[in-house]
Design a protein around this ligand. Structure first.
Ligand code: ZN
Length: 319
């Protein structure tokens, strides 16, 4: 059974929605807001509106190149897919690999330019832990603005322009994969209920992606708190675009969270967590991204036959 670019995109978005912490109702509200925003626009403004917002609540996940009905025989998939990876795809195709699509985790093109928009979901994630949604909305807005300004000068379409010249389709899938890893690791830890931070690290290493990371030198590690410290309430913090505001740590700690398990934390966040006596465990950035992408690829493979070649940090483990 063959698969098209549009089907791959829909499968990724639907999977991301199905495990989204906001829930279906809140997502319908987000999509409805986009529709109301669109309806209010002057005709001259409408051509600048991203119509994908009407059906896809993830601003960082887009088909960047290629028509939805394009048949995809195979893809080159990786965490960062820049011009070198596009050229690599061309070399692999020359050697006979049936590669039609460059499939990236970290957003490219339109998904990169609008990455900050998915950050607002962080308020919903904190609200689930007992932080007021009103506080969350106020905390996230300035941080999302900061991220928007910091990415605006970037050359967002560089790798896509390379893909166009070499005749590939291009797509990036960011928050749907991060939603998958977030839900998966939260359920994993909830089920195993590790007692201490060391136990969290061991429990994470039972997941093939983290074991692979650990063997390669970037396994799970504790960056705030001691190994023998009790974990208490563990919250997996792996989705929502990019790192949130530091102040959210105060609120989460006050709401009774004992340990945050994230992909990565800045040095500022780590210092702040130490002051708050909040435990931080990092599972690993690339290995977490890989786990999320594998959960998406499992769904894509169920939807149709596709040849998958991995690069740029990606390692395929099936479930
Ligand atoms: Zn990432």
């Amino acid at each position: 059974m063959s698969i098209t670019l549009g089907e791959i995109y829909r499968v990724a978005v639907e999977k991301g929605i199905s495990v989204d912490a906001r829930g279906r109702e809140e997502i319908d509200h987000v999509l409805g807001e986009a529709k109301r925003g669109f309806d209010k626009l002057e005709d001259s403004e409408k051509e600048f509106f991203d119509a994908e917002k009407l059906t896809n609540p993830f601003a960082d996940t887009r088909i960047c190149l290629g028509e939805p009905d394009l048949q995809i025989r195979g893809m080159l998939v990786g965490i960062d897919m820049e011009t070198p990876e596009v050229v690599l795809a061309d070399r692999l195709r020359e050697r006979g690999e049936p590669i039609d699509l460059i499939f990236a985790h970290h957003p490219e093109g339109p998904g990169y330019a609008n990455l900050h928009e998915v950050m607002y979901m962080q308020a919903d994630l904190w609200a689930k832990q007992g932080v007021s949604i009103a506080v969350g909305d106020q905390l996230i807005a300035p941080r999302a603005g900061e991220v928007r300004r910091s990415i605006s000068p970037v050359n967002h379409y560089r790798a896509i322009d390379a893909a166009r010249l070499l005749g590939f389709a291009s797509m990036s899938c960011h928050t749907p994969a991060d939603n998958c890893v977030n839900a998966f690791v939260q359920a994993w830890l909830d089920e195993r209920a590790p007692r201490t931070l060391d136990d969290i690290v061991k429990s994470l290493r039972e997941i093939p992606e983290y074991a692979d990371g650990a063997r390669k030198g970037y396994g799970p590690s504790i960056i705030s708190g001691s190994g023998s410290a009790r974990a208490d309430r563990m919250v997996v913090d792996m989705t929502g675009g990019t790192e949130g505001p530091k102040d959210a740590l105060d609120r989460l700690s006050a709401a009774g969270v004992g340990t945050l398990v994230g992909m990565h934390y800045s040095e500022d966040h780590r210092k702040h967590a130490e002051e708050l006596k909040l435990n931080l465990v990092i599972a690993g950035h690339i290995s977490s991204d890989v786990l999320g992408m594998n959960l998406i690829l499992d769904e894509i493979e169920k939807a149709g036959d596709i040849h998958i070649v991995c690069t740029s940090g990606m390692v395929r483990f099936k479930r």
